[in-house]
Design a protein around this ligand. Structure first.
Ligand code: C2E
Ligand code: MG
Ligand code: MG
Ligand code: MG
Length: 292
C-alpha cells in the first residue's frame, strides 16, 4: 500500500532507505537467479510442454491442443510462464527456447499420428521476439521437416500487438507461413489494439477470444455483447472462433448458441502432460463411430 509506505518512509527516515535498498537488492538478485537458472533450463531438460485440449463446441469432439510451456526448477519448483517468459524475452533466451517448443510440439503431434491416433492440430505460442526474426518461416520449416509433420496440423498463435508492429516485414513473414500451409491464430483477441484493419490485411484462420470476455458470461451484458459481436464479425470474415477460458456449462451454451466454433477451458480440460493427451485420444477414438 503506497500511502502506508509513504507514511513509514517519513517516520523512519534513514532506516527506511536501508530497507528499500535491501528490498531492491533482493529483487535484483532474485531476478538474476531466475535469469541464470533459465540459461541452464534447456540443457538441464527442465522445460516441458503441457497440452490443453481444444474442443468443437457443437459436436464436443477433441480437435486440437495448445502447447503450453512448463518450467520445473529443481529448487523453486514449478515456475509459471507468466513469470519466466518475460525474462526469456528480455534476455533473448526465448529464441532457443521458442525453437525447442516448436520442434517438440511438432514431434509430439507427429508421434500421436504415428501411433494411429486421430490427428490433432497443435497450437504453438510465438513470442513477439521470435516473430521479429527475419528467418522465422525457415525456422518453422526446419521444425516441420525434423518431425515429418504436415503443416496443416501446425497452428501458430500470434497477438494483435505483433501484427501492429513494422508492417512490411511482418506481412512478408505471415505470407510465407500461409504459403507453407500453416494455420494462423490471433491469441487473446480483444485485449490489444482495437484497429480491425489487419483482420483483412493478413490471412488469419482463427480468432481466440480472450478469457477476460468469457469469464463473466452470460451475466455481464457488455461481455455478452462484445463476444456476440466478435463471433458475428469473424463469421462474416470467414474466420474461425475459439473461446478461451470456458469454465461453466452456461458459458458453453451461450457460446454454442451464438455460433462460436471451438472452446478451450477448465470446464473440459486443463493443460496436461503429453501422455494424458495420448490416453484422451485413445478414448476419443473408441467413442467415435467408425463412419464418422
Ligand atoms: P495463452 O497463450 O493465452 O494461454 C492460455 C492460458 O490460459 C494458459 O495459461 C492456460 O492454462 C490458461 N487457461 C486455459 N483455460 C483456462 C480456464 O478455463 N481458466 C483459467 N483461469 N485459465 C485458463 P499458462 O499455461 O499459464 O500460460 C500463460 C501464458 O504464457 C500463455 O497465455 C502464453 O501467452 C504464455 N506461454 C505459454 N507457453 C508459451 C510458449 O511456449 N511460448 C510463448 N512465447 N509463450 C507461452
Ligand atoms: Mg496461446
Ligand atoms: Mg490466450
Ligand atoms: Mg497470452
Amino acid at each position: 500500500n503506497a500511502d502506508a509506505a509513504m507514511y513509514v518512509a517519513k517516520e523512519s527516515g534513514r532506516n527506511n532507505y536501508q530497507y528499500f535498498t535491501a528490498a531492491m537488492n533482493a529483487r535484483v538478485s532474485q531476478r538474476l537467479l531466475l535469469e541464470n537458472n533459465l540459461r541452464q533450463a534447456l540443457a538441464r531438460q527442465e522445460l516441458a510442454l503441457h497440452y490443453q485440449p481444444q474442443y468443437d463446441l457443437h459436436s464436443g469432439t477433441l480437435v486440437g491442443c495448445e502447447a503450453l510451456l512448463r518450467w520445473r526448477q529443481p529448487e523453486q519448483g514449478l515456475i509459471p510462464p507468466d513469470r519466466f517468459i518475460p525474462v526469456a524475452e528480455e534476455t533473448g533466451l526465448i529464441l532457443p527456447i521458442g525453437q525447442w517448443v516448436l520442434r517438440e510440439a511438432c514431434r509430439q503431434a507427429q508421434a500421436w499420428q504415428d501411433a494411429g491416433l486421430p490427428p490433432l492440430v497443435v497450437a504453438v505460442n510465438i513470442s513477439a521476439v521470435q516473430f521479429r526474426q527475419a528467418n522465422l518461416a525457415a525456422l518453422v520449416q526446419e521444425a516441420l521437416a525434423a518431425s515429418g509433420l504436415s503443416p496443416c496440423w501446425l497452428e501458430l498463435e500470434l497477438t494483435e500487438s505483433m501484427l501492429m508492429e513494422d508492417g512490411e516485414r511482418h506481412t512478408q513473414t505471415l505470407a510465407q507461413l500461409k504459403a507453407m500451409g500453416i494455420r494462423l491464430a490471433l491469441d487473446d483477441f480483444g485485449t490489444g489494439y482495437s484497429s480491425l484493419a489487419y483482420l483483412k490485411r493478413f490471412s488469419l484462420d482463427k480468432l481466440k477470444i480472450d478469457r477476460s470476455f468469457i469469464r463473466d458470461l452470460p451475466q455481464d451484458a457488455e461481455d455478452a455483447a462484445i463476444t456476440t459481436a466478435i463471433i458475428g464479425m469473424a463469421r462474416d470474415l470467414g474466420l474461425e472462433t475459439l473461446a478461451e477460458g470456458v469454465e461453466t456449462e452456461q458459458q458453453w451454451s451461450f457460446l454454442a448458441e451464438r455460433g462460436c466454433a471451438q472452446m478451450q477451458g477448465f470446464l473440459r480440460a486443463r493443460p496436461m502432460p503429453a501422455d494424458e493427451i495420448t490416453a484422451l485420444l485413445g478414448r476419443h477414438r473408441s467413442a467415435t463411430p467408425a463412419n464418422d
